[in-house]
Design a protein around this ligand. Structure first.
Ligand code: GAL
Length: 312
């Protein structure tokens, strides 16, 4: 399996950063990455900005590929977008953004595409910004100004649809939510249908043992994924009769989970089987015998993990 390790790693979410805040984007920006910013505009805000930039130099100032700059000085919120290169601003794009208001919370999603960055607010499209500098050079996120930030997460869009340019299903991360403590179970009274996506985002604990995800169908378990930290293995297994099948080891260039590291697991269910992707990279397809998606009635997450988001 030929994979660049950096494409396999997602970075941990950032909680309540002190503003101004600057951090490295692991592996830089690539098409398909998403950055989700959960925050609140200060009550007396004048402006704030979220910058996708090339390094973090202040003198001379690092190039900024995408400067996203809401301004609150007039009655209507104006978002100014621009690019800084060789310390010169290029021409500005202006967008009205009534959804961003002083004192109010917001959820901004930046979806990185080959030729542009799409921005949504509260799940609704806000603007497109063309990539004026090479994406591959952008490796730093900077946030400054009159804003408080609850969380920043670095995600991947649907790994199974390459050409997808629309915003994927994306929930805010439920940071520190006790309702997300494991074992976590969600009943699925109507079963699941062809094309159903399950997404689990979480952080492995400090001394993890294993992480297990089960899709159950009454007494049967058509999907069991076990990440064993002790053995450094990732196993798929199913129980569709009296005995468990022989576990199938999922081959990856290295063990994809690490203590205190964020991960994203996606299971795409189809009539014939389950496609698995971890951290945005499609892995194997599993086809247990006599699979009936409609009869899947529960999803469970167990083990050494703090779950931040569970979409099923
Ligand atoms: C300037 C402002 C900069 C930046 C830029 C964007 O007027 O001083 O901070 O926002 O506009 O074009």
């Amino acid at each position: 399996m030929n994979m660049d390790p950096l494409t396999l790693l997602l970075q941990p979410p950032v909680h309540h950063p002190v503003i101004p805040y600057v951090c490295t984007i692991f592996g830089g920006l690539r098409p398909g990455k998403m950055i989700l910013v959960q925050g609140r505009v200060s009550g007396t805000a004048n402006r704030f900005s979220i910058d996708l930039q090339v390094g973090c130099s202040t003198r001379p100032r690092a190039d900024v590929a995408f400067h996203f700059n809401p301004r609150f000085s007039s009655s209507e919120t104006l978002v100014v977008c621009n690019t800084l290169t060789r310390e010169q601003w290029l021409h500005e794009d202006h967008h009205l953004c009534p959804q961003l208001r002083k004192g109010q919370p917001f959820l901004l999603l930046f979806l990185i595409l080959e030729d542009k960055i799409k921005v949504s607010i509260e799940g609704q499209h806000l603007l497109d910004y063309p990539n004026r500098l090479p994406l591959c050079d952008v490796d730093t996120l900077g946030i400054c100004g009159d804003v408080s930030v609850q969380g920043i997460s670095f995600l991947c869009r649907n790994p199974f649809s390459d050409g997808d340019t629309e915003y994927p299903l994306c929930q805010p991360l439920k940071l520190g939510n006790v309702a997300m403590a494991t074992p976590l179970s969600k009943p699925l009274p109507n079963g699941i249908s062809d094309g159903h996506m399950t997404t689990v985002r979480g952080l492995a604990s400090a001394s993890p043992d294993e992480i297990i995800i089960l899709l159950k169908s009454g007494d049967f378990i058509p999907f069991k994924l076990t990440a064993s930290f002790k053995d450094q293995t990732l196993l798929y297994n199913y129980l569709m009769g009296p005995l468990w099948a022989k576990p199938q080891e999922i081959q990856t260039p290295f063990f994809l989970f690490h203590a205190e590291r964020f991960f994203e697991i996606r299971i795409f269910s189809e009539t014939r089987g389950f496609k698995l992707a971890i951290n945005g990279v499609p892995l194997d397809v599993f086809s247990p015998p006599a699979l009936d998606l409609k009869s899947i009635d529960e999803i469970q997450i167990n083990g050494s993990v703090k779950v931040y988001s569970f979409i099923c």
